[in-house]
Design a protein. Structure first.
Length: 101
């Protein structure tokens, strides 16, 4: 496996996990923080902005995981790399959003 596949899968996992809270909050009609809020990352964005931002993150995750290299969901290493990227992002999001609560 090429080193840049590892980087792409890791970052793709992070994008996937980041997409979930934005997309779900937006679909539920709730305001949620986003990079487009004022101040960025602390203010609240509209549900529509969060759905769009979540979708962009899902697309980025798809491109990085599925279109780069030859990701195989039956290969433990591929799944572990993306999973670790998602775990790291999830822990960072928990810490960041925990400060806002």
């Amino acid at each position: 496996m090429q080193w840049y596949y590892i980087v792409a899968y890791f970052i793709g996992g992070a994008f996937f996990v980041n997409a979930i809270p934005h997309f779900v909050s937006g679909v539920m009609g709730r305001k949620f923080t986003s990079p487009f809020a004022s101040p960025p990352g602390k203010g609240l964005s509209s549900p529509a902005v969060n759905v769009a931002w979540g979708f962009v993150n899902f697309v980025a995750a798809y491109v990085l995981i599925v279109r780069v290299g030859s990701f195989n969901c039956h290969t433990d290493a591929d799944v572990a790399i993306a999973g670790i990227g998602g775990l790291v992002m999830g822990l960072n999001l928990a810490r960041a959003f925990g400060k806002l609560a």
